[in-house]
Design a protein around this ligand. Structure first.
Ligand code: ARG
Length: 458
């Protein structure tokens, strides 16, 4: 059977190799729900405008609903000569309704149809990802209270830097995910504009009501220029970028927790339900989910590249190249959703190895910066204090003791004019208590941030 898109102009049937090459049904079938949603709204608009009768509209809606069930149940045969999901749905309609089915494509092209379908699909997926991000934020927030008494080293250059509350770490990830959610909302505002009605490229001479279709489909607005709309895939690239940033955040988190769960760090125990074993080494408990979260990020980054290169240099307006936009974005959504679904239980189910963390917390001179600031508050210029504390740390290293165990006279010898109040800022717990600035790891600040997120996420 010939494709409905092959008009009387053709003097030959399509070559089967062309059909195999051009088809997209193998991957765009998953758009069928939004395709039917879009077609239903389009038919209703056509009826309101008098372009089809009310009775014809009812027949179309009923048939579309039945086709949807067949697609749900996977009983509608897929045929490569029908190219894509749009043609499958339309042909199924024509098979049922004959000429009435042939009217659905009035004032519509697959060019605006595919753009609208993809926008609807992306909108739904963005909302799904946003919900998962909120759940992951809640998982981190849910740890804050119970871990509030744990102090961890903060690292820069992966070298021990300053002490922070464990809750401060969890809040850091909540902030990253909050930006991801802002990006989703921003991206959604451009995704959620209706392209249906620009037809192929120039609009239509039929008296349609684009605003009505848009309203029925829950779009915020309609696009303003048919040429731009027919060519536009910015919204696809933007969604791919938003997903890439999420994947980057998950990848960094994975890397950190892989390190933290090593024997060398020993900060964290990942729930065994989310760990794997080794086929040869009986003692192994491996963090494969975290490694694959890090690994799968590569594909998400690659998909963004693919999309950017795909649209680079395309002249206005629709070009068939654009059909290639779907596999990469589908993959990015699938991958990020799968990673998020596993990140949530791993974050809430992991346990900090408190004893192990505490046993080495006074290693690495995490309190040196606070000591420097103590001396600055006593009147020393920063550079002088920095140098002095450096020498003190050098001396403490030689003695293999933490700063808090340095005898006062040794400090005085090193040139620090001090009294016993110095011991108020030495040691990691004191150093954490000494912080005061907004956004710092001061317990009071962390409490405030926890309250802020509790209000926002409840
Ligand atoms: N399958 C096509 C796509 O995904 C639909 C649009 C085809 N339009 C056309 N004029 N051939 O982009």
């Amino acid at each position: 059977m010939a494709s409905p898109s092959r008009s009387g102009v053709f003097d030959a049937a399509s070559d089967s190799r062309l059909e195999q090459f051009c088809e997209s049904i193998s991957f765009d079938r998953r758009l069928y729900e939004v395709d039917i949603e879009g077609s239903s709204a389009h038919a209703e608009m056509l009826a309101v405008q008098g372009l089809i009768s009310g009775k014809e509209c009812d027949q179309i809606l009923e048939a579309l609903a039945a086709i949807r069930v067949e697609l749900d149940e996977d009983t509608l045969p897929m045929r490569t000569e029908l190219e894509d999901v749009h043609m499958h749905v339309e042909q199924a309609l024509i098979d049922r309704l004959g000429d009435v089915g042939r009217k659905l494509h009035t004032a519509r092209s697959r060019n605006d149809q595919v753009s609208t379908d993809f926008r609807l699909w992306i909108r739904g997926q963005l909302d799904l990802v946003d919900g998962l991000l909120a759940d992951l934020q809640r998982a981190f927030l849910g740890r804050c209270e119970g871990d509030f008494d744990v102090i961890l080293p903060a690292y820069t250059h992966l070298q021990r830097a300053q002490p922070v509350l464990a809750s401060h770490y969890w809040l850091a990830y909540i902030e990253k995910l909050a930006r991801d959610r802002q990006r989703i909302a921003d991206c959604r505002s451009r995704v959620n504009i209706c392209s249906l009605g620009v037809a192929a490229v120039a609009g239509t001479s039929m008296d349609i009501d684009r605003k009505l279709t848009a309203e029925k489909l829950g779009f915020d607005d309609v696009t303003r220029n048919s040429l731009d709309t027919s060519s536009d895939r910015d919204f696809v690239v933007e969604a791919a970028f938003v997903l890439t940033m999420i994947a980057q955040h998950l990848s960094g988190w994975s890397e950190e927790w892989i390190l933290w769960s090593t024997e060398e760090f020993g900060f964290l125990k990942i729930p065994h339900a989310f760990c794997t074993g080794s086929s040869i080494m009986p003692q192994k408990v491996n963090p494969d989910v975290l490694e694959l979260t890090r690994g799968k990020t590569a594909r998400v980054v690659g998909n963004l590249q693919t999309l950017l290169v795909l649209i680079k240099g395309l002249p206005l307006a629709y070009n068939r190249d654009l059909q290639e936009d779907k596999p990469p974005l589908f993959d990015s959504f699938d991958t990020v959703i799968a990673c998020l679904q596993l990140a949530i239980p791993i974050v809430s189910g992991s346990t900090l190895q408190r004893d192990r963390i505490a046993s080495r917390l006074e290693h690495g001179y995490l309190d040196a910066t606070t000591l420097m600031e103590y001396l600055m508050k006593k009147g020393l210029p920063q550079r002088t204090a920095h140098h002095l504390v450096g020498s003190l740390v050098g001396e403490a290293m030689k003695r293999k003791i933490p700063l808090s165990e340095m005898p006062l006279d040794a400090m005085i010898e090193a040139g620090v004019s001090v009294d016993n109040s110095i011991f108020d800022v030495l040691g990691t717990a004191n150093a954490v208590r000494a912080y005061v600035s907004f956004g710092s790891s001061a317990p009071e600040q962390v409490r405030q941030q926890m309250q802020y997120w509790k209000t926002l996420l409840s």
